[in-house]
Design a protein around this ligand. Structure first.
Ligand code: DQA
Length: 150
């Protein structure tokens, strides 16, 4: 079974406690559970990963055997050339997601260093950003015949 890897960047382990007015009350486990159910329903493999460390995220991208990447790079969205380079080197179908609408927030969040090297970006729908991103990736992989019956 082909697999999608879900990568959560720094501070997303604090979801549910951190700035609930912006990021909502759900925890990272709640989000992962929804994606795991969706993966089961659709016959796609899934792995979830969270790290607060840029190099660990780079290593995960480099080493993954997944067919597609769903990533919320969190604050590294705006700073990490290393994560961008790892994604471009890997060349897998990749969807960048954000819980909040990064373009409606502080100016320093308006620029994503990641967006130019991913397939697409979904921003501003809370948990649904991940669900929409997962579906988009799944459909893209199906079209590319990477996943049978997805
Ligand atoms: C975020 C937006 C980023 O600007 C921020 O640093 C985060 C979360 C989001 O999901 O809305 O940590 O990626």
């Amino acid at each position: 079974m082909k697999k999608i890897i879900v990568i959560h960047g720094p501070n997303l382990d604090l979801l549910g406690k951190r700035e609930k007015d912006i990021y909502g009350a759900e925890t990272i486990d709640d989000i992962n559970s929804v994606l795991i159910s969706k993966a089961k329903e659709t016959g796609v493999g899934i792995e979830t990963f969270q790290s607060n460390h840029e190099g660990d995220i780079v290593d995960k991208i480099r080493d993954t055997d997944a067919s597609g990447i769903l990533i919320n790079p969190a604050a590294y969205t705006h700073t990490s050339i290393a994560i961008r380079d790892a994604l471009s080197a890997k060349r897998l179908p990749t969807v960048e997601v954000h819980l909040s609408n990064i373009y409606a927030r502080e100016e320093f969040r308006h620029k994503s260093l990641i967006a130019p090297v991913v397939t697409g970006q979904i921003s501003g729908f809370g948990r649904e950003s991940y669900v929409l991103g997962f579906d988009a990736l799944r459909m893209m992989l199906k079209e590319r015949s990477c996943i049978e019956n997805a």
